[in-house]
Design a protein around this ligand. Structure first.
Ligand code: EPU
Length: 332
């Protein structure tokens, strides 16, 4: 197993902020992972996927664990569906491409989301009307405190909008994820932007849906290799009926979606835009000129500059519209 000391974390986060880790390991199996956890019982621990949804503001005086378990294995197959176990370190979009090539339906809407398979349940990745929780049947993990192996059913994962037990408790390292995917596909309209992109195609195939999503994302989302970023910076806020009514008095054209149980989701991008922050820049940090929900790094190595800009946006949106935006990205 690879164990390194005093490691610079800049290449390990897509925002490219600088920080060092006392120890970093890359276990290639659940057994290696248990062993390393038991070797360093007293070190603080931090689990890193491919680093597309977090950045650092300070050094980490402990053990950083970067799971390196690979492999895509079919567990069971019937006429209707297939159950596949995928190692945590596999690249998410390569797995989506594999599924589309083999006509396994269910995650095509999640094409081109950067990151690892192991990170996908942590924040229950979602896009274009699909969330990964819909196709996850099991998550295999190792407990950070004991090194014991554990299997969690989908219910035990406690999934919510960009949320799960893994994000809330931080007590597990995911080693593999089990997905159940359908072997037939019928396109359903769930997201207006996607249906618009597919206009003129009467019955889109999986590959056509994937390609449409890749086109939309490439148009809207900045490339982290050119302008370092971590995708959507804030969550879309969920409002009560009263908060929604207050918002619509101030912003009658605010997009609002009923998400059930008397709750409504609005668009963080729209609020940031209306607060005057689309394409705004402060020193080496700013929001993308194409999409106001994405904070981009124009050249700082200091994560605290990103945090300062985040606070500025939060305060301005709260002052103008009475809504507190919550970061979706993790900050260490
Ligand atoms: N909008 C603006 N200004 C902008 C951009 C968007 O006002 O600069 C408004 C428009 O009204 C637009 C609405 O925001 O219709 C929604 O925009 P979009 O469809 O791009 O979706 P989003 O809410 O900004 C969410 C996810 C994305 C996901 C897209 C597509 C969250 C936090 N973000 O973004 O996920 O790709 O939907 O489904 O839920 C990510 O999590 O990193 C991510 C990129």
């Amino acid at each position: 197993m690879i164990i390194k000391y005093n490691v610079q974390l800049q290449p390990y986060n897509s925002f490219r902020t600088k920080a060092s880790a006392k120890i970093l390991c890359e276990p290639q199996s659940a057994e290696e992972l248990s062993e390393i956890i038991r070797t360093f019982p007293d070190e603080r621990k931090l689990v890193l996927g491919n680093g597309f949804n977090l950045f650092f503001t300070k050094d980490f005086e402990g053990l950083v664990i970067k799971p390196a378990m690979r492999g895509i294995h079919i567990l069971t197959e019937t006429d209707r569906c297939v159950e596949i176990e995928v190692g945590a370190a596999e690249d998410w979009d390569q797995f989506v491409a594999y599924c589309v090539e083999n006509s396994y339906a269910g995650i095509e809407n999640l094409s081109l989301i950067p990151g690892s398979v192991g990170a996908s349940p942590v924040q229950n990745i979602g896009a274009y009307g699909t969330e990964v929780m819909e196709v996850i049947t099991k998550v295999k993990a190792v407990e950070l405190q004991t090194g014991n192996h554990k299997e969690l059913s989908s219910e035990e994962c406690g999934f919510g909008y960009r949320d799960s037990i893994f994000k809330r408790s931080g007590l597990h390292v995911i080693t593999s994820v089990v997905f159940t995917l359908e072997k037939s596909f019928q396109y359903k309209e769930r997201y207006i932007d996607l249906s618009r992109e597919l206009e003129g195609i009467s019955s889109p195939t999986l590959a056509q849906v994937r390609n449409a999503i890749i086109r939309i994302r490439n148009r809207k989302l900045p490339d982290y290799k050119i302008l370092p970023n971590a995708g959507s910076f804030f969550k879309n806020p969920v409002l009560t009926q009263q908060e929604k009514d207050q918002l619509q008095l101030k912003l009658p054209d605010a997009p609002v979606y009923n998400v059930g149980e008397g709750q409504f989701k609005t668009s963080a991008a729209f609020l940031i835009d209306k607060a005057g922050y689309k394409g705004k820049r402060r020193g080496m940090v700013g929001t993308s000129t194409h999409h106001s929900l994405i904070i981009v790094n124009y050249g700082t190595e200091n994560g605290r500059e990103i945090v300062a800009f985040m606070h500025e946006i939060q305060q301005e949106v709260r002052k103008q519209f009475g809504i507190m935006l919550e970061p979706e990205v993790r900050i260490y």
